[in-house]
Write a protein that binds this ligand. Structure first.
Ligand SMILES: [Zn+2]
Length: 319
C-alpha cells in the first residue's frame, strides 16, 4: 500500500512499525481519528487552532493555550513518543493469546516497567463500556483464575481459602450471548468476590435482558433465575449438553482465557485482573474483524481516559 501522509491504515505489525516510525505521521493519524472535522481545543472547545510547526503543537486562538494530540488521552503526560505507543497498541490489541510486557519492551525498545505501564493504559482504552444488554440465548458460567495460594504461608493460605472458597483463586463470571446481531457470540466478563448467589445474580440481572433464555450448570446460586428468565440447567454430573442446553461456548472461552493467562502473564494480580479480562473480552468480541479495524477501534477509545502511574500502583498497594 502507499504510505502517503493521509489516513491509511497499515495491515500488519511490520507495516505498523514502519508506518508509525515517523512522528509526524503518527500525529496526523491520531489527530484525524480524534478530530475528524479538524483539531478542537481540548480546554475550551474552540476550533481551527494555529499549528506551531516548530513545536509540533497547536495553539488555541481563543484561550491561547497550547496542546498536543496527546492531551486528554491515555497518552497524556507520557514522555514516550507516539512512534512507540502506536506499535505497542497494535501488538496488544492484535495478539491472539496476549503479549507480555517483556515482549513489548524488547520490540519497541523501552524498559519492562515502562512497557507494563503502557499496557495498562492501553487496556483502559480497550474497555468498551457497552451498555447493551445481552439477549436471545445466553450462557452464564463461572470459573476460577490464578491460584497463588500455593506460594503462601499456611496460616495465610487457610484464611484466603475460607475467604474466596477456592484456593485463593479469583472468581470470574462469564456471560455469553450466542449468535448476536452479526451472527457471532459476544462475551462479558466480570471479576466477582465469590460464586455465591449474592455475587452472581446482580451480574446476570445487570447484563441480560428480561425474558432471555439463560443456560447455566447446576450450581445452586443460579436457582432463582427462573423468576425473570427462561432458565435451563445442564447438570454436568450427568452430561454436558442436551440440544441447545449447554455452556460449551463459555467452556471454550475459559480454556482460551486460561491458556492466554498462563502462557503470557507470569502472574495476574487480583487487583489488575479486570483489566486482563477486558482485554481478552475485547479481542474475542472483535475476532471476526481485521487487525487494522480493531486497532482503529481501540485507538478511538483513547480520548477521555487517563491512568496515572500513581493511580495504578497506589491503588494496588491498598488492595
Ligand atoms: Zn482553547
Amino acid at each position: 500500500m502507499c504510505y502517503a501522509l493521509d489516513v491509511k491504515t497499515p495491515d500488519t505489525l511490520l507495516d505498523a512499525i514502519r508506518y508509525f516510525s515517523d512522528q509526524d505521521r503518527c500525529r496526523v493519524f491520531v489527530a484525524s481519528l480524534r478530530w475528524p472535522q479538524g483539531p478542537v481545543c481540548p480546554r475550551c472547545g474552540a476550533i481551527e487552532p494555529l499549528f506551531l510547526q516548530t513545536r509540533k503543537l497547536w495553539k488555541c486562538r481563543a484561550c491561547k493555550k497550547q496542546f498536543s494530540v496527546k492531551v486528554g488521552t491515555i497518552f497524556e503526560d507520557s514522555p514516550i513518543g507516539l512512534d512507540k505507543w502506536l506499535p505497542a497498541l497494535w501488538m496488544i490489541v492484535n495478539a491472539k493469546n496476549g503479549v507480555s510486557s517483556y515482549e513489548i519492551a524488547r520490540s519497541i525498545g523501552v524498559t519492562q516497567k515502562t512497557a507494563w505501564f503502557m499496557m495498562h493504559r492501553i487496556r483502559l482504552a480497550m474497555q468498551t463500556g457497552t451498555f447493551r444488554k445481552l439477549g436471545g440465548e445466553v450462557e452464564v458460567d463461572e470459573t476460577f483464575i490464578g491460584g497463588r495460594a500455593r506460594f503462601m504461608h499456611k496460616d495465610k493460605r487457610e484464611k484466603k481459602i475460607e475467604g474466596t472458597g477456592a484456593l485463593g483463586k479469583a472468581a470470574v463470571v462469564g456471560l455469553l450471548e450466542r449468535h448476536g446481531k452479526d451472527g457471532y457470540s459476544t462475551v462479558i466478563l466480570k471479576h466477582i468476590p465469590n460464586i455465591r448467589r449474592r455475587a452472581l445474580m446482580p451480574e446476570v440481572h445487570h447484563h441480560v435482558e428480561m425474558g432471555a433464555e439463560v443456560f447455566t450448570d447446576a450450581l445452586p446460586s443460579y436457582d432463582d433465575l427462573g423468576a425473570v428468565y427462561m432458565h435451563k440447567v445442564i447438570d454436568h454430573a450427568e452430561k454436558y449438553a442436551e440440544g441447545k442446553i449447554h455452556t460449551n461456548g463459555l467452556e471454550n472461552f475459559w480454556s482460551l482465557l486460561k491458556r492466554a493467562i498462563k502462557g503470557t502473564y507470569v502472574s495476574v494480580e487480583p487487583f489488575h485482573l479486570f483489566r486482563y479480562l477486558d482485554e481478552q473480552a475485547l479481542r474475542f468480541n472483535t475476532r471476526k474483524i481485521k487487525d487494522a479495524e480493531r486497532f482503529v477501534r481501540v485507538l478511538a477509545g483513547i480520548v477521555g481516559k487517563r491512568l496515572t502511574y500513581h493511580a495504578l500502583t497506589g491503588a494496588e498497594a491498598t488492595t
